[in-house]
Design a protein around this ligand. Structure first.
Ligand code: SF4
Length: 170
């Protein structure tokens, strides 16, 4: 059966959710409930609307210049459907995928159910927002505990000189 994702919004050609133009899939639902979260209305798993993987793929493929961002909410609470979407993006397009999550990479790697998505994600921005570590000078992150992790080496088009820690793990 076709997987569905509970969606808050799909932003097309945004430049705020990773480097360059991106199609950003904002999903509903987050259990992390970080104090100071910039988007607490995204915590509700019943907010928004359902979209199938095919419907999202159609929007992503129609834009020939944008790469892809998964955000929310936390995409890893809908990891089965996001894994299918990510796998098909990698199989059917040349686009890279940035994924934001409130889990740390170590938590994701320790849970096979969550880790199923890692082979298809190029960049993971990980960890909860921690108010005491808030730093508005950071690009693409709210607090300094969060990391921009290149899971498969550094994609040349995404290098952000001097601003991000790189942690190639495979
Ligand atoms: S993980 Fe992100 S969306 Fe979830 S509560 Fe924390 S900051 Fe908000």
């Amino acid at each position: 059966m076709q997987q569905k994702i509970r969606i808050l919004a799909v932003l097309e050609q945004t430049m705020a959710d990773g480097p360059g133009f991106r199609t950003a899939i904002y999903c509903a639902g987050c259990h992390h409930k970080c104090p100071g979260c910039h988007n607490p209305q995204s915590w509700d798993f019943n907010a928004g609307y359902w979209a199938t993987v095919d419907e999202l793929l159609e929007i992503i493929k129609a834009d020939t210049i944008s790469n892809v961002t998964f955000s929310g909410g936390d995409p890893l609470y809908q990891v089965d459907a996001f894994t299918e979407l990510a796998r098909r993006i990698k199989e059917e397009t040349g686009k890279n995928i940035w994924c934001w999550t409130g889990f740390t990479l170590e938590e994701v790697e320790a849970d096979p159910h969550l880790a199923q998505i890692l082979p298809y994600i190029d960049v993971l921005v990980d960890g909860p927002f921690i108010m005491a570590l808030r730093d508005t000078s950071l690009r693409f992150r709210g607090s300094s505990n969060q990391r921009i992790i290149y899971l498969h080496g550094e994609p040349p088009e995404d290098i952000i000189p001097g601003t991000v820690p790189l942690k190639p793990i495979r």
